[in-house]
Structures are given as structure tokens and as C-alpha cells.
Design a protein around this ligand. Structure first.
Ligand SMILES: [Zn+2]
Length: 470
């Protein structure tokens, strides 16, 4: 007896060469049969996907799932967005693991612990012993690596380069929101980061955010980013599709706490201080994130200002600072062999309400900028390949039963199925708990905490360089 039978959808699975109407049967968390007209009588539950797209579960390669960023609903928000698996890009690991019983929505998640001079490090120039201890402790506690927070909390370039080397030696994933003590979160910081990697594996976070016309115009910045990625196949890159970014709105001593926030205020024509932030929120140029009890929502105008003040300015929020030109170019750029330049679609969402891989990604398909197969490769397969999860990113018999069902007409996720369980259907949340994707070094600690795990393969930079050609 199948646990779930997904009937009548257009199954799009580029890795297995499928793009046709087929039924797909799930049992014990795996795909067990694919075919035309599988009988409903063989299944405990049937999901009618007639007229819908059925694809391998979406993997959002950049989100924030902590429960302290304004609200605890990030997992719900990604499940509603059709996402089965995500890479949390900053932890805190402990916060996410502790809150799984209440905040879990049934998704899979890998986590990077932040390497942050204000929280997990003692200073901005940690020595080798401190760097390596952070990486090893993070892996043993269930993270798959660390994230450099250079854009928000810069360290010297040589220190961040040393982190990349330390991670490479330990086969740990390393992400970097670029920025260092000389160049910030922009195309110059990106260039520095590529150089600092010296050919080693590096996940550069949200490429689009370095193409916001901070140094030159966004078109030439995006073209430079594309050329840099083509020339440096050791770099794994994701790029998001929303105009909104996400950052802290906190003001201390009449200055934004985050350098990114100061840049955003200038970009939207406001001064980088208390009065400027108030003006930005009041006039709809910044939104403050509030918990509405179910999800996090952005507040603007007087309501937004009042909320921001009520929190003593210590809130997070979003600015519409991602130009369409760079988002569009990065979304569709190809390497000379036809592989995607930017490996994955991401959102930098989760707790931020901009989980729009489906909404904006399907618009790109409709526009003709990418094919449906390319959408699936960027929204699922490439993330699975990079994370060394061979049973995800495709739907052959034996693959993990992670499926996203999309309504192409409405550009919305219709259902999210993870490990053979329907965790979201037609806007209704049905999932609980969280499965943590970890390195084999993290299994013991997670198991001790009673957390279900999926053990990823070892980081394989050579396999990542060998890109999938849609
Ligand atoms: Zn982020």
C-alpha cells in the first residue's frame, strides 16, 4: 500500500529526463513507483495534482530559520512556499535545535553557524586555535559548517581567508556574506572574497546583493559577477529573486548597528541615523518585521514606525534594494557549456516574508528567460548536488519522497511533501518537527537531543565544479 499517491501532475525531473503527465507513488519516505494511471485503490492517501507541476522538492540554499528574528514562524513560511529543504545561513545552531518541537513544520534543514566577532568569536581577529575550535564545535553539534558575516560584521580579509582554508582542511561548508575591513558588501568585496578563496570551495551568499549599483551601475556589476563566477568554478553561488533584502533596523548612538543597513538607508534616499530610519519606514521605503501569530509580516507607514519604536528600534526588516536588472541577469546566465552560472535560486528568506522562489521563478519560466527544466535544476537539483544529497533533487524510484507541487497559473506552491508526508496543502500547514541534515560528525549530538537526521555526503569541491548541464 502506498502512503501517498500524487496523481495526474506534470512531472518535471530533468535528471531522469522526465517531463510528462505521470503518477508518482510514495512509501516509507521514498519514491516507489512512477507510471501512468496508478490505481488510487493502492494508496492510503491521494493528492490530486491535475494541471499542476510536480517536481523534486525545492531546496532553498539561503534562509534564516532562527526563532529570534522577530517571530518563530520561519519553518511555516518556507513550507507554505513549497520548500522541502533549506540551508540556514547563520544559525544560531542552538536556537534552531532547541525550538524544533514548537517551531518545526516538517521540513529538512542544514545549518551554518555564524562566525561573528560579536557572538561566536571573541574578537575580529581570532587566532587559528579559536577559528578551528568554532568550526569543529559547530560540526560536532550538528551544523554543516560556518558562515562569515563580513557584510554586517566585517573582519580583515586575511582572517576570512584563513577561515576558508580551515574549513577546506576539515571538509566543512563555508558561506560568506562578503565584506571585509576595506571593502563592504558590494562587487569589490565579492572580488576580494573570490581572491581570498584561492581556488578552494566557497559558497558566496546572495550574489545579487553585490550588484546594487553601490560601486558602479548594476548592469556592469552583474556582468562582472557573472564573469567572476565563470572564471572561478570553485565558488558555489545563489541569488534571490525578491526586490527586498533583510537586515537589522537597530539604531545605536544615532547610527545603524549594521553597515548593510546604513548603505540601504542611503540607497533609498534617507540619512543613516534615527531620523532617517523613521522616515524610511514612514514613507514605505523600509518595512519592520512583526509576528502576526502565524507568520512574520512587514509593517510600513505609521504602523511600522510605532512598532519599530515600541521595540526600542531593535527589529529586523527589509528595504527594496535589489535592482531588477541584476536579479534577472543572474537568474538566467549560462556558462559556455550551458550550465547555470548561479547555481541555485534562494530567498535569504525563511523568517523574512520573501520566500518567492515559486512566485518569481515561475514568472521567469513564463517570460522565457529560463526553461521549466532549468527552474527545477536551480530550485532543487543543484542544491542537492552541492550538499551531497544524492537522493534529493530528482524523483527516480528510490529517491527521497520530497516533492513540491506547483500551480503554474497562480504562480504558487500548492503542496509540499517531505519524506512522504504532506506538510502543506493548499495553504494549510500539516507538518511537525524538523529533520536536520548534518555531517557524520554531528549525528551523535543530534541523536542525543532526539532529533531526526539525514547524513549528507562529504563536501566534494571537485563534484561541485563539475556542473550539471540542464
Ligand atoms: Zn542571509
Amino acid at each position: 500500500m502506498f502512503d501517498v499517491l500524487v496523481k495526474g501532475g506534470r512531472l518535471v525531473d530533468p535528471k531522469n529526463g522526465l517531463d510528462k503527465v505521470l503518477d508518482i507513488a510514495l512509501e516509507d519516505g521514498k519514491v516507489v513507483e512512477i507510471g501512468e494511471d496508478l490505481s488510487s485503490s493502492r494508496a492510503k492517501a491521494v493528492v490530486d495534482a491535475t494541471g499542476k507541476i510536480v517536481m523534486p522538492g525545492i531546496i532553498d540554499m539561503h534562509t534564516h530559520m532562527r526563532t529570534v528574528m522577530g517571530h518563530p514562524h520561519a519553518q511555516r513560511m518556507v513550507a507554505l512556499a513549497g520548500v522541502c529543504t533549506t540551508l540556514d545561513m547563520a544559525g544560531p545552531l542552538d536556537n534552531i535545535l532547541e525550538t524544533i518541537p514548537q517551531a518545526g513544520a516538517g521540513i529538512n534543514m542544514a545549518i551554518l553557524e555564524s562566525a561573528n566577532p560579536h557572538t561566536t568569536l571573541s574578537c575580529a581577529r581570532p587566532d587559528a586555535a579559536e577559528r578551528q575550535a568554532l568550526i569543529e564545535k559547530s560540526l560536532e553539534n550538528g551544523a554543516i559548517g560556518v558562515k562569515l558575516m563580513g557584510g554586517h560584521f566585517p573582519m580583515d580579509l586575511d582572517v576570512q581567508g584563513a577561515f576558508i582554508e580551515d574549513c577546506s582542511d576539515r571538509k566543512a561548508w563555508i558561506g560568506w556574506h562578503v565584506g571585509n575591513s576595506v571593502n563592504g558588501s558590494n562587487i569589490l568585496g565579492f572580488r576580494d572574497a573570490v581572491e581570498a578563496a584561492q581556488g578552494r570551495f566557497l559558497h558566496i551568499a546572495h550574489i545579487n546583493s553585490y550588484c546594487r549599483a553601490q560601486v558602479r551601475d548594476e548592469l556592469s556589476e552583474a556582468l562582472e559577477a557573472i564573469e567572476l563566477l565563470k572564471a572561478n568554478p570553485n565558488i558555489f553561488a545563489e541569488s534571490y529573486l525578491s526586490p527586498l533584502n533583510g537586515t537589522r533596523l537597530t539604531i545605536e548612538n544615532d547610527e545603524p548597528l549594521s553597515k548593510v543597513t546604513a548603505t540601504c538607508l542611503k540607497k533609498v534616499g534617507c540619512t543613516p541615523n534615527y531620523a532617517g530610519m523613521e522616515e524610511a519606514i514612514r514613507t514605505g521605503r523600509a518595512g519592520a518585521l512583526r509576528d502576526n501569530g502565524v507568520i512574520g509580516e512587514l509593517l510600513y507607514g505609521e504602523e511600522g514606525v510605532a512598532y519599530w519604536k515600541s521595540q526600542g528600534t531593535s527589529t529586523v526588516g527589509s528595504f527594496p534594494v535589489n535592482p531588477a536588472t541584476s536579479r534577472f541577469l543572474l537568474a538566467q546566465a549560462k556558462r559556455d557549456n550551458g550550465a547555470c552560472v548561479v547555481d541555485s535560486f534562494s530567498t535569504d528568506g525563511g523568517c523574512y516574508p520573501r520566500n518567492v522562489i515559486v512566485e518569481n521563478g515561475l514568472l521567469l519560466v513564463q517570460f522565457g528567460a529560463i526553461t521549466m527544466a532549468e527552474f527545477v535544476v536551480k530550485a532543487s537539483l543543484n542544491g542537492a548536488r552541492a550538499l551531497a544529497l544524492p537522493n534529493k533533487g530528482h524523483l527516480a524510484v528510490g529517491a527521497d519522497a520530497d516533492i513540491s507541487i506547483l500551480d503554474f497559473e497562480r504562480k504558487k506552491a500548492y503542496a509540499t511533501i517531505v519524506n512522504g508526508q504532506v506538510i502543506m496543502k493548499d495553504g494549510q500547514l500539516l507538518g511537525k518537527g524538523t529533520t536536520i541534515i548534518c555531517d557524520e560528525r554531528g549525528v551523535a549530538a543530534l541523536t542525543k537531543r532526539g532529533i531526526r537526521t539525514i547524513v549528507k555526503g562529504a563536501l566534494d569541491p571537485e563534484a561541485i565544479k563539475d556542473r550539471y548541464i540542464p
